[in-house]
Design a protein around this ligand. Structure first.
Ligand SMILES: NC(=O)c1ccc[n+]([C@@H]2O[C@H](COP(=O)([O-])OP(=O)(O)OC[C@H]3O[C@@H](n4cnc5c(N)ncnc54)[C@H](O)[C@@H]3O)[C@@H](O)[C@H]2O)c1
Ligand SMILES: [Zn+2]
Length: 355
């Protein structure tokens, strides 16, 4: 990972085994011109959702055509319930009708849902074409747009089908955050607080002092540094799943009415409380964590039983054989992986639900 601060925008290079790509962070970015740095003139299909596209679609499309790209847009319904194989099929049919070839490109303009879906469509269309991420939520900017995890949900669980497919570039413009609802903004803060909990104690206590661009930069650096070590999620990358085992269970049990960020917030609280109660932390973390989550308008409890949470979590793909890998906070800013036999998960979670 290298950094280039020469221009007004900032560049972080993400260096994975599958490829090296820039993340450009700055306000009022010229997406068309930036794309010229990574891709010659070609056809572009922008994938966006029915909330984001009416706000920003025209301007982004014009930017691409001015820079010499032939551009069209495929709009999907907003929200997690669109993260399905049928949406993928719709996008693939659209892209095929547009006669995109392997030298053309998809652009994800939206939050984590649009990013995950577009990346997966790009991974499988013609066995893989390039795509660019233009994240429009805090969550997508600080987390999901970097790292190459793409995919969709099945009825039986979240992100069950997918591929590792790194973007060709990520353009992160905090101007998009101006139109986010308070709740969607808060969802992104859950992943920021996750990064702080596992890797960056100082950030945990400096959240109010960071500009949006600085916040993106700091979080993308954390994400990139972990992804570079373990692109395919066989070891240390699992640390990024802090709060996600229980979080995914909460999302599924709520029929996705509880959003990803909110579910992760609940998940981090449950795991931290359980870890403290079981004497696994080096120092107390729960009081500080819950205070900061609440301050950022995130939920810290749910009504599901430990049995329901454990059953839903074990249907999740993160289980490997007879054990499940949890992420345990040691202190604020440091966490470690912890293997638990699957039959102990319910009692572990119950320790995290105690009042
Ligand atoms: N691939 C990864 O590594 C990774 C990491 C974390 C999360 N995720 C996934 O990301 C998804 C959550 O992403 P999300 O929180 O961005 O949700 P989202 O994409 O559903 O966006 C939330 C809502 O905000 C709207 N929106 C987006 N940008 C907007 C803007 N600028 N102004 C106004 N409204 C806007 C969307 O239309 C949507 O209604 C989940 O599916 C989660 O599994 C993936
Ligand atoms: Zn997440």
């Amino acid at each position: 990972m290298a950094e280039d601060t020469a221009s007004k925008s900032e560049k972080i290079i993400v260096n994975t085994k599958s490829g090296k790509y820039p993340v450009i962070i700055g306000k009022t970015l010229n997406f068309g011109e930036l794309t010229r740095d990574v891709k010659d003139a070609c056809k572009v299909v922008i994938v966006s959702d029915d909330v984001v596209f009416p706000l920003y679609g025209d301007a982004v499309m014009k930017g691409f055509s001015k820079s010499g790209y032939r551009v069209n847009a495929c709009i999907i319904r907003n929200g997690e319930t669109s993260k399905t194989l049928s949406t993928i099929e719709k996008i693939l049919e659209f892209v095929a009708k547009e006669e995109l070839t392997r030298t053309d490109i998809l652009v994800a303009l939206g939050g984590g849902v649009v990013g995950d879906i577009t990346g997966f469509a790009a991974a499988i269309y013609l066995r893989g074409i390039d795509f660019i991420q233009i994240p429009t939520t805090v969550l997508a900017a600080v987390d999901s747009s970097v790292g190459g995890k793409t995919g969709v949900d099945l009825n039986s669980g979240k992100n069950i089908v997918g591929a590792f497919h790194q973007p060709k570039a990520v353009f992160c413009d905090p101007n998009f955050f101006g139109s986010l609802t308070e709740a969607v903004y808060a969802d992104g803060m859950a992943e920021v607080i996750k990064h702080a909990m596992i890797k960056d104690r100082d950030m945990m206590f400096a959240l109010d002092d960071l500009s949006a661009a600085e916040m993106c930069k700091r979080n993308i650096k954390i994400k990139a540094s972990v992804v570079e070590l373990d692109e395919f999620d066989t070891g240390i990358r699992k640390i990024l799943n802090f709060g996600h085992t229980v979080g995914h269970a909460v999302e599924v049990l709520s029929d996705y009415k509880i959003s990803h960020g909110s579910a992760v917030s609940i998940g981090m609280t449950v795991i931290s409380r359980a870890s403290e109660n079981l004497g696994l932390t080096e120092e107390p973390v729960l009081t500080e964590l819950t205070e900061i989550l609440k301050k950022h308008k995130l939920p810290v409890q749910c009504d599901y039983s430990s049995k329901n949470l454990a059953d839903a979590a074990l249907r999740d793909k993160k289980r490997s054989g007879e054990k499940i890998t949890l992420v345990i906070p040691k202190k604020i800013g440091s966490a470690e992986l912890y293997d638990l036999p699957v039959e102990k998960l319910e009692s572990f979670i119950s320790k995290g639900l105690e009042k």
